[in-house]
Design a protein around this ligand. Sequence first.
Ligand code: HAM
Length: 422
Amino acid sequence: MDIKVPRGTQDILPSETGKWQVVEELIRETCSLYQYKEIRTPIFEHTELFTRSVGDTTDIVQKEMYTFQDRGDRSLTLRPEGTASAVRAFVEHKMFGYPDQPVKLYYMGPMFRYERQQAGRYRQFVQFGIEAIGSADPAIDAEVISLAMAVYQKAGLKKLKLVINSLGDTESRITHKKALVDHFEPHIENFCSDCQNRLQKNPLRILDCKVDRNNSLMATAPSLADYLNEESAAYFEKVKEYLSILNIPFEVDPNLVRGLDYYNHTAFEIMSAAEGFGAITTLAGGGRYNGLVEELGGPDSPGIGFAMSIERLLLAVEAENNKWADLSNLDVYLIGMGETAKKKTVELTNVFRQNNITAEMDYLDRKIKTQMKSADRLKAKFVLVIGEDEIEKESAMLKNLSNGEQQLVPWNELVEKLKNSI
Ligand code: HAM
C-alpha cells in the first residue's frame, strides 16, 4: 500500500505536538486576559455563507474552496476561514441581544483552502482568530491588534512588522471604486481574465492580482487614502492614536487591501521580518467588517477581528532561531527485575499516576541496561529499581538522575518522597 497524506496536509507527530500545545495554551491564556471567549462552530457550512461574506469574486471563493454536495443534495463547503461562521453564529443565536457588548469571541481549528502548496501555505491549516462584534469604537481595533501582537511576543518573536491601512466606509469605497474603474477600463484588455471580470464587480481586487502586479497601471492607480471621506479619515486617525497609546509601532501601507471582501475601515497584517522565514511573510491578517452582520441577516452590528495560522507562527519562531523550553516531563521511570518485582512496578506505576506523578515502565521485558537508556532518553528525573533484595525489604532504590544520588526508600514512603523532590 502506498497511500500518503493528501498534498498540502501534514501529520503533526508526537515530537512536534508539544510545541503546538504550548502555543495553544499561550493563546488560550492571552484570550482569557483580554476576555475573549471560545466559540466552536462546524467544520463545514452551507456554501452560500462564504460566497456571501468572503465574496464571490475573491480567490478563496473562486478557486480555493472544498465544496461538495451531500447526500441530500445540499451544497456544503469545508470552512476556508472562521469569520463567516462566527458572524453566522452571532446572528443565529441572537448574540446582539446579549447584555454585554461587544461580544468577544475566539476560535482555533482547521481551515481548508485548495492553494498551491509552498512553505507556510497548506491546504489544511489551523487558524486561531478573534472577533469583537458590536462596537465601532476605534479603541477596540487597537485592542484586537494588540492581542495578536501579544501572542507573537509571548511565543518569543521579536522581528515583527505591523502594517495597517484604512479601506474607508461605504461612501468612500464607492467614490474610490469609480476612480479605479475609470483608471483601468481603457486598458483592461491588457489584464488577465480574472481582472477583466473584477473590473465592474470589484475593481479593488485588481490591486491584489498576482498575475498583473507588474503592469505600470498598478503603481499609478488611485489610492484609497485619497478617497477617504472625513469620517473615515478621522476614524483611522483615532485607531493610530490608540496604537500609539498601546506602544505598538506600525507602518501605514495604502496598498494593503486584503483578500476578502467584507472589510471596511481598518485593515491590517502582521509580518515576520526574520531572515529565512520564506517568501510568504504574512503571519496574521484582519480588519473591520461593519455591514457583515447585516449581510448575514442580523441587525447593524459593526465587527473587527483577525486570524493567524499556528503553522506560520511556528515557522517564524524557527526562523528567529528561538528554542522551545524542554517539554519532557517524566518524573520517574520504574525498573523491575524478576516476576515479583514486575508486579510491584505495575502496581507502583499506577499509584504514582493516581498521585499526579508522571511515571513510565518497561513493557518489552528488556535488559536493565536498555531500560536505563530509555529512562535517560525520556529525561526521567528519577529511576526506581526493584530487585529481589528490595522486595525482601519492601523498599525500592530511588536514583536521582540529575546528581546520581541514590537511596533505599520504603514503598509506603515513595509517593511522599517523590512529591517532595520533584
Ligand atoms: P486571511 O488573511 O485569509 O484572513 O487569513 C489569515 C491568516 O491565516 C493568514 O495571515 C495566515 O496566517 C493564515 N493562512 C491563510 N491561508 C493559509 C494557508 N493556506 N496555509 C497556512 N496559513 C494560512 C482571514 O481568514 C480572515 N477571516 C481574518 C479575519 C478575522 N478578519 C476579520 N476577522
